[in-house]
Design a protein around this ligand. Sequence first.
Ligand SMILES: [Zn+2]
Length: 311
Amino acid sequence: MTTAFYSHPDCRRHDMGRGHPECPQRLDAIDDHLIAQGLTAAFERREAPLVTLDDLALAHSSGYVAELRDFLQQVAESGQSRAIDPDTIACPDSLGAAMRAAGAAVAATDAVIDGEIENAFCAVRPPGHHATRAAAMGFCFFNNIAVAARHALDVRGLERVAIVDFDVHHGNGTEDIIANDERVLMVSFFQHPLYPYSGGVPKGTNMVNLPVPPYTRGGEVRELIETQWMPRLEAFRPQMIFISAGFDAHREDDLGQLGLVEADYAWITQRIKAVADRHAGGRIVSSLEGGYNLSALARSVAAHLRVLAGV
Ligand SMILES: [Zn+2]
């Protein structure tokens, strides 16, 4: 069975300005490193389609989708970038990128459910896990993973899916969208306190939130995953697993102060894959969230992909 790698040139065109950490070069760094490692033959490259408005409405309010599209269209027509919040800047190419990023996760979900591929990684931007039901924030426009998870449930008829979020920041947007949707189990760890300063108290019974203090190392995170995530995931028996794959908990990443390394990302991916193999026929869709040290990001994505592809 195959691992697919979804991306699109439009995702590179979204540009939040000079010096912004969520930059187009992130995708170049990943591509370059995969080529240098000889890993490109390990997966099938696929082009991300545009997401449909119906799919966006599965995770976002229809008012928000219409409002954000209008805003991004105005930015495109004006040719001038405009800030949504101090960290989140829309440029003339942002609408296309945001629709490809969400479209990648949905297309990957369909391909996995249809049995064309076993699993997929979406190398896309903008990321998604801070986007709430009705607001863009924290570099995120549409919540790519929440849209895909709802697509699996509402359109493809799955009954139980898990979302695993290992970004250093709390996935407040995903939590906002899926809290108390008992068809979804969300497990995460994140540095706390750190942007967006939420998650200390979970919003729903279907959340396993593991806030950890600055300078927590990979070994301690692994222990928490083994004792807190794994029993819940095993009991839930997800039919498919979605990963908000942020790599900013890496010890070389300056946006957080955690101490993970590539081997930790490989280990976490192995633990997720074990659950997927036992309960979900191996079905995993992983989508890029954070990760801002270009070298550490590229090395960590490669470690993650090696496990997904079994090479
Ligand atoms: Zn992050």
